[in-house]
Write a protein that binds this ligand. Sequence first.
Ligand SMILES: CC(C)(COP(=O)(O)OP(=O)(O)OC[C@H]1O[C@@H](n2cnc3c(N)ncnc32)[C@H](O)[C@@H]1OP(=O)(O)O)[C@@H](O)C(=O)NCCC(=O)NCCS
Length: 139
Amino acid sequence: MLATIRGRDYDEMIELWKTDPNIRLSSADSRDSIRAFLRRNRGMSLKIVESRRIVATVLCGWDGRRGYLHHLFVRADSRRRGHGAALVDEACRRLAAKGIAKVHIFVLPGNETGQAFWRASGFFRRPETDVLLYSKDLE
Ligand SMILES: CC(C)(COP(=O)(O)OP(=O)(O)OC[C@H]1O[C@@H](n2cnc3c(N)ncnc32)[C@H](O)[C@@H]1OP(=O)(O)O)[C@@H](O)C(=O)NCCC(=O)NCCS
């Protein structure tokens, strides 16, 4: 069953995310931060539940201009069954319904599975001559 992620899913999700080095966790993944993200982007982040346990997640946010997907994760024993694609398709559908015309994702460089997945899902890699990501800590 595909459903919207709720704040009460936090403990189960964080334990799942911790199992995979391709999900980089940071201070933005504290309970309060995730709750704030879910509130700000209400109804956009999605999970798949089977036998009352979460088997897949994607966080989906938008800033009024562009959409962003984070923490796409499928349990190792549930992969290659279309769960990842189902979550990304539905998140993109919800972004498009808000008038969002482009969605961005972030992938760790060694994550070949992730990159194969995103390519298969219609995402294209931005060449270094196109755009570079710069960041700044604010606290
Ligand atoms: C990436 C991930 C979410 C994919 O989830 P999934 O449910 O297995 O993906 P799907 O079954 O929807 O796959 C859709 C397509 O993606 C591609 N794909 C998925 N996994 C792949 C793999 N291991 N190797 C090559 N292609 C792959 C295939 O084209 C696949 O279609 P097919 O099965 O018909 O060939 C999952 O492997 C995962 O959780 N990985 C660890 C966390 C992670 O890396 N997340 C992404 C962070 S950027």
